[in-house]
Design a binder for this molecule. Structure first.
Ligand code: BGC
Length: 363
C-alpha cells in the first residue's frame, strides 16, 4: 500500500506536536527551545503566481496563521511572467533576512536547487508546500494533499460520469494534464491513468485524438487560454462529426476553459473533471455543467504547514505520515499528506458543509 498512516509511533508524535502547540509560549527561551529557534522568528512563504484560487487563499491564510502563531511571516508571490526568477530572488531574500523556516510552493520545482541549498547552509529548514521541489537534497519536508489519490479520484469520476450518461461504452474522451514544470502534474496524470489506462486498453474508452502522452496533454503554465486553444484544435481536428463524451481535466481553471471551448463550438458539454473547488466551478457543478472537482481545503493544508514550523521552533519532531511516496530524484522527502475528497453535484452540500464560502452555493 502507498499509504502507511498512523502507526503508534506517529500517533505519539502527532500528540506531542498537538500538545506542544498549546504550550508554545511556555517554552520560549526554555530548555526545549534550545534545539529550536526564537518564537518570534521570520518564517518565509514563497508561493507561485496565482494560477488558481488555492494559491490566492493560501497567501492570506499564511499571513494570518503565522501572525497568530507569534511568528513574523514573510509571504511572497512570484509574478505572472517572471515567475521562476521572482521566486528564486524571493527565497534568497528570505535567507538573507534570517528566516528559520522557508515554506515553498514551487513555481518550477526543478529550478530551486541553488536557493534551497543557500537556505540549508544558513541553517533554515525547507518545507515544500503542495508541490514537491525536485533534484535536491536540500528539502526537508513535504506537506500536500495526496496528489496520486487526486488523480485516481479524477479518473474514477470521469468513468462514473460517463456511465451515468450512457450505460455502456465505448466513450470518446480527451486527456489534459497540468504544467510540466509543476511536479504535481505527472503525479495527477499517473494517478488518473492508473484508473483510465485499463479502460483504454479494453476499448471502453477511446482517446479519439490519439494524444495520450503527457507531453501532448500538458498545459503550459496551467493557463486557461492554453487549455482552451488545445480543446479548440482537438474539436476541429477530431470531433467534426464525432461525439466527445468526456474530458480529463486536472483542475477547475482548465475545466472551465475546456467547457468554454466546447460551448463555443456548439457541442454538448461532455463529462469534465476538475480540482480545487473554485467558486466558479462549484457553481458550474451545481448548474449541471462541470461534472466533478476535488476538495483540498486550503485552510487545513496551511494549518498543517504552520504546525510543522511550530514543531521546528520548539525543536520537536515534525509530524509526517508518509516516508516512501515522494522521491524527488535525490531523496525520499518525508511528507505529511492530507486526504483529498471528490465532489460532484450529489455530495457537494455534504462536502462543503464546513466551508462558509462554498456551502451557500450548494443550497
Ligand atoms: C495544485 C493544484 C492547482 C495547480 C495550478 C497544483 O500544483 O496542486 O491545486 O490547481 O497547481 O495552480
Amino acid at each position: 500500500m502507498r499509504k502507511l498512516l498512523a502507526t503508534t509511533a506517529l500517533a505519539a508524535v502527532a500528540l506531542m506536536a498537538l500538545s506542544g502547540c498549546s504550550t508554545r509560549t511556555d517554552t520560549t527561551g526554555g530548555s526545549t527551545a534550545a534545539a529550536g529557534f526564537p518564537a518570534d522568528s521570520v518564517i518565509g512563504v514563497a508561493l507561485p503566481s496565482k494560477t488558481s484560487e488555492n494559491w490566492v487563499l493560501a497567501g492570506g491564510l499564511f499571513e494570518d496563521g503565522l501572525k497568530t502563531a507569534g511568528f513574523k511571516g514573510d509571504v511572497q508571490y512570484a509574478g505572472a511572467s517572471t515567475t521562476v526568477k521572482d521566486q528564486q530572488d524571493q527565497i534568497s531574500a528570505m535567507v538573507t533576512n534570517g528566516a528559520k523556516v522557508i515554506i515553498i510552493g514551487a513555481a518550477d520545482g526543478g529550478q530551486l536547487g541553488t536557493q534551497v541549498k543557500a537556505a540549508k547552509d544558513a541553517g533554515a529548514t525547507v518545507i515544500a508546500y503542495d508541490r514537491l521541489i525536485l533534484n535536491t537534497p536540500d528539502v526537508d519536508y513535504y506537506v500536500a494533499y495526496d496528489n496520486f489519490k487526486v488523480g485516481e479520484l479524477q479518473g474514477q469520476a470521469l468513468l462514473d460520469g460517463l456511465k451515468s450518461r450512457k450505460a455502456a461504452g465505448p466513450y470518446n474522451i480527451e486527456l489534459f494534464s497540468g504544467s510540466s514544470d509543476d511536479a504535481n502534474s505527472a503525479v495527477f496524470f499517473n494517478g488518473a491513468m492508473s484508473v483510465l489506462q485499463p479502460k483504454i486498453d479494453d476499448g471502453t474508452l477511446v482517446v479519439a485524438s490519439g494524444q495520450t502522452d503527457i507531453k501532448q496533454t500538458a498545459t503550459a503554465g496551467w493557463k486557461a487560454e492554453n487549455a482552451q486553444s488545445r480543446m479548440d484544435s482537438l474539436l476541429t481536428s477530431t470531433y467534426g462529426d464525432k461525439a466527445l463524451d468526456g474530458v480529463l481535466s486536472p483542475n477547475d481553471t482548465l475545466a472551465r476553459a475546456i467547457i468554454t471551448s466546447v460551448k463555443a463550438a456548439g457541442k454538448p458539454i461532455p463529462v469534465v473533471t476538475g480540482q480545487d473547488s473554485e467558486v466558479e466551478s462549484v457553481k458550474s457543478i451545481m448548474a449541471g455543467e462541470q461534472y466533478s472537482t476535488i476538495n483540498k481545503d486550503t485552510r487545513l493544508l496551511v494549518a498543517q504547514a504552520i504546525k510543522m514550523a511550530q514543531a521546528l521552533q520548539k525543536g520537536e519532531a515534525v509530524d509526517v505520515n508518509d516516508t516512501k511516496s515522494y522521491d524527488n530524484g535525490v531523496k525520499i522527502v518525508p511528507a505529511y499528506l492530507l486526504p483529498p475528497v471528490i465532489v460532484t453535484k450529489a455530495n457537494a452540500a455534504e462536502a462543503y458543509a464546513n466551508d462558509p464560502k462554498l456551502a451557500p452555493l450548494t443550497k
